[in-house]
Design a protein around this ligand. Sequence first.
Ligand SMILES: [Zn+2]
Length: 480
Amino acid sequence: MVIGLEVHVELSTRTKMFCSCPADFGGEPNTHVCPVCLALPGALPVPNRRAVEFAIRAARALHCEIAAETKFDRKNYHYPDLPKGYQISQYDQPLARNGWLEIETEEGRRRIRIRRLHMEEDAGKSLHGEGDGEATLLDFNRAGVPLVEIVSEPDLRSPEEARAYLEMLRATVFYTGVSDVKMEEGSLRCDANVSIRPRGSSELGVLVEVKNMNSFRAVQRALAYEAERQARALARGERLERETRHWDEARGVTLPGRSKEEVNDYRYFPEPDLVPLRIDPAWVAEIEASLPELPEARLGRYQEAGLAYKEAWTLVAQRELGDFLDATVAAGAPLRQAANWLLGEVSARLNESGRPLAELRLTPAGLAGLVALVEAGTVTPTLAKQVFARMLETGEEPAVIVEREGLVQIRDEAALEAVAERVIEANPKVVADILSGKEKAVAALVGQVMRETRGKANAAKVNEVLRRRLAELRQAEPRG
Ligand SMILES: [Zn+2]
């Protein structure tokens, strides 16, 4: 299976690509419009410098080369929600080319090449069946919102790889801050070019474009369906058609749309109202210097610190968790231990409450303090969870809570021996089982001691004390 993805990302600039209308999502229909984005006669486009800056920012994060000169072209096609009758896009001189992203595949890390990244403007939206009866209404608020289109080479080999690429792309663009990349609001949209070919063959099969996939899961399902459909058709001796198909989420199938236009059908020609843009390399360098650590680098750093790929990726993909982890490490916690808390208790709390991390009463310094108390053996892992729960309730430092509530771990052997003795006397049946060879029953006694000490006992020490006492009992037992 051979897959290439075309991803459209809406840039979160304040204003549109070629006019000063607000580029916000939503709003009452047709309230964010002006003569330029409605294409009224005589209106002239003016490029948004900020949008170009954002596009360069995304392009450099994707390791693309930035063109010294780039120009805009008209892509002609008639669509009801495209008021000009053409879209301003970029054809033969895109802003950026030759980038790549690394993804994790079954065979390890692989580099997926990016052919080009170009700027264009979004179309409006058709609202079917709203308002009076069967009419289709048009909302041009989105018309002219700046987009970048990111086109990969056909380097992806399975639906899983396509999903991994898309997730890495989304995270990378999100880290640059140029888009909120929300698939559900359409600020990240993905089309796929899919073909299949016999194993070992290098010739490309017939290309089918799949559109309308609105989630990562949809991308994976649609591509799996398409591979299967094409393989079956070929097995029946049918000829595949070059076409565009739409993913139907509810039915789980792709359905034929219009036949794929050839590039010629668009009749691209240079946009006469816009002069070519010269891109100053110093400007590019300045933009690049302001990029944060990107997901690829952060992922590698976490893996080097000993996290498994899945753990590391969870912390990278949810940027707030990764930022919190780094801050906790900066506050003195070992990365591995801090990551365990974030992936465990903290994530569980976030899932329960459905609220963002910023709303939990937890600070990186507080979490680092808790990790330090566990490392020093002051609190047991069980106690640490209690302390954690109290931290979220009161917002206090862990050491303060431990002090006030007397949650210090009991390591004192004499104290533990006393409890062990009480537990042994209270459970003659279990003790008899152990002495007759059921070693596993020791766990029941350990549990009992932990309960008696309200989780404050050091589990290893409890084990040690109990086994020593049981050995003594075994010796004392009359033989015969
Ligand atoms: Zn406008």
